[in-house]
Design a protein around this ligand. Sequence first.
Ligand code: OTD
Ligand code: ZN
Ligand code: ZN
Length: 346
Amino acid sequence: MTQSLTIPRPDDWHLHLRDGAMLQAVLPETARDFGRAIIMPNLVPPVVTGADAAAYRDRIMAALPEGMTFDPLMTLYLTEATDPADVRAAAESGLVKALKLYPAGATTNSASGVRDFDKVRPVLEIMAEIGLPLCVHGEVTDSDIDIFDREAVFIDRVLDPIRRATPGLRVVMEHITTSNGVDYVKANDRDLGATITTHHLIINRNHILVGGIKPHYYCLPVAKREEHRLALRAAATSGDARFFLGTDSAPHLDHLKEHACGCAGCFTATNTMPLLAHVFEEDGALDKLEGFASRNGPAFYGLPVNAETLTLVKSDTATAFPAKIDTPDGPVTVFDPGYPVHWSVQ
Ligand code: OTD
Ligand code: ZN
Ligand code: ZN
């Protein structure tokens, strides 16, 4: 029996495309299924000015294979030196769709992140004025905070104070991993949304650690207890428009993940839509996938829903996803949910 589901072409509201050869290798994996993506600015050096974002956008478009369509939605990396006038100009030209806040040291390539939030207040005020969203990596980085508590502590110590001090600031809590994140979004009606990744709907911390360490399941924020995964599943499949897809697909070469000090990041661009169809069907919520992947994100960003469609089909045989994609510098492992998935993109 074949079952199928057609939805408006989805978007990815949090994506790492990298640069150079890696960009070339991973871009088709996203552009095949997704119409647009919010492009993370954590290159080395980071994308900090409107000019940087324009140049990066050009490199992305130059890497797009002939015949594919894709619209990269650019972001700027907020630093303590960000110029409010540059932010305003980059947003008003339509080039930049959000700013990205990394607490310094929170994840891969986040050393230029913010330490003193008072220094970025003028930028946040401009953003509130023009309605430019702030995408937040919501983890404190204090060494005395347990890595599994970093998100919950961030909400209390950093996020809530920033939002109270900057009325009207629109915030996306990115890649939420806890019930605390879900609850905070639900308790705040205005100007707040959250992205949820594919992998955090599938793995909990046991998957990383039990039976041997699995470097390809290691990402930041690190996957939490099962009760948190279930809270994310409930939020994603609820139909609540404040929750939408941001894969956080973050490619690293295998030899840098399978390493004594392995890089953080799961690469899910290749199989995200079939995996989500599996997850939503398992929770009896296939009808909610369209909102999560195709409608809620554009609504938050004030953009139209894509006019094209994507069709997912379920067949009796399990889908054979590629285990890895190749780059000139070595392979990148595709996220493996650890169980057979029968959905594929038509
Ligand atoms: N998390 N890896 C990366 C970024 C994210 O926090 C994130 O957005 C990366 O490699 O850029 C990761 O585990
Ligand atoms: Zn992040
Ligand atoms: Zn990310």
